[in-house]
Write a protein that binds this ligand. Structure first.
Ligand code: 5AD
Ligand code: FES
Length: 364
């Protein structure tokens, strides 16, 4: 077979090679996933790092065509967890030796929101004696806001590009002032420049998306020289505009398989970055995240949002663990990770190795 070990070993790859990898099936796919798992063990080790995910509000000013919490969806109850409950969840993460947190919400750009986040970041740093690492995922913001939050204690930022192909980007987003491909790109450049460990990602199995688009996404991540990635299957939500294309999507199983191929290919392409096992994988396969941990992913984001609010943060349907409290999730997760042949890096930040190597290269 043309995709032999030699091709898999190279970290600079052509579109054709990557297209072939992300679309691979059967023994070719098995080989790819296995190789990625091996490279993962060699370069970043067997450790998997926890990021306790707090989805603190589903209030959103944007209208992405795929997203269940988009502004125009009137069929969901909006919530905004109060600061005390957020800090309580952060305390839970700290006490249970989660190394880091992720604060995520719908996108807002008002001053009240900006100030609130700064206050929360200070609060989390204080209650954990500076021990909890903090990732934020709060969408597109101004340079000043990103800077303020960095100074307040956030050191990682997740902003998925969703698709690096501009044409496809505008098929899944409105084309207006609030949804602009170039703005999103600029945000990613700014985040890097400000010193954040910067993460991006894409959805896999979108309507109109091809294997070539996905290969291009991988090259985009390499080119942008990202530190972290979170990517998972697209799961249609019936209260969104993209639902009209549901009958032309790849079957869920195929979206899942291609998501694993993407994770494995990215691990081979960028061996020292952090890659998250996206929750959407678990919505398709009960052990989906664990499978991702075996073929390249080394970060997992247990949901520690207070349970009463979880059912309303439905970006997509069939979202897992919306019933359980944080405790149950923690215990079952530890066992699941061990069964996947991985270890939990308790109490460690688990920063992206790539971030430090690219920073030191810059200084030389
Ligand atoms: N299916 C899968 N992922 C989704 N997201 C939003 N809607 C969906 C969906 N229907 C992802 C986006 C966003 C992240 C927070 O959730 O990639 O960046
Ligand atoms: Fe854009 Fe939810 S509305 S990701």
């Amino acid at each position: 077979m043309a995709t032999g070990i030699n091709t898999l070993n190279k970290t600079s790859k052509t579109m054709d090679e990557l297209t072939r990898q992300v679309s691979s099936e059967g023994s070719e796919k098995t080989l790819l996933l296995k190789k990625a798992g091996k490279i993962q063990e060699k370069v970043v080790g067997k450790k998997v790092f926890y990021r306790g995910l707090i989805e603190f509000s589903n209030v959103c000013t944007k209208d992405c065509y795929y997203c269940g919490i988009r502004k125009s969806n009137r069929n969901i109850a909006r919530y905004d967890i109060d600061d005390d409950a957020i800090l309580k969840a952060a305390k839970f993460a700290h006490e249970n030796k989660y190394g880091s947190l992720v604060l995520q919400s719908g996108e807002r750009n008002d001053d009240k929101f900006t100030e609130r986040i700064s206050r929360l970041l200070h609060g989390i740093k204080k209650l954990s004696n500076g021990e909890l690492g903090i990732t934020i995922s709060l969408g597109e913001q101004t340079r000043e806001t990103y800077k303020e939050w960095f100074n307040a204690g956030a050191h990682r930022y997740l902003l998925r590009i969703e698709s690096s192909d501009e044409e496809l980007y505008y098929k899944i987003h409105p084309h207006d002032k609030k949804h602009n491909f170039q703005t999103r790109l600029n945000c990613l450049y700014t985040l890097k420049e400000l010193g954040y460990q910067t993460g991006t990602g894409v959805m896999i199995g979108l309507p109109f998306q091809t294997y070539e688009h996905l290969a291009k996404d991988l090259l985009f991540m390499k080119e942008l020289d990202i530190d972290m990635c979170g990517m998972g299957p697209f799961i249609e939500h019936h209260d969104t505009p993209l639902y009209q294309y549901h009958d032309r999507l790849w079957p869920l199983k195929r979206r899942f398989e291609v998501a694993l191929n993407m994770i494995a290919s990215l691990r081979l392409l960028m061996p020292d970055i952090n890659i998250a096992a996206a929750t959407a994988l678990q919505a398709i396969d009960p052990v989906g995240r664990e499978r991702a941990l075996q073929c390249g992913a080394n970060v997992i984001m247990p949901n520690i949002t207070p349970t009463i609010n979880r059912k309303n943060y439905l970006l997509y349907e069939n979202k897992p663990c919306t019933d359980e409290g944080a405790d149950e999730c923690t215990h079952c997760l530890h066992a699941r990770i061990q069964m996947a042949g991985r270890e939990v890096g308790y109490g460690e930040w688990g920063d992206s190795k790539h971030y430090f190597s690219r920073r030191s290269q810059k200084l030389q």
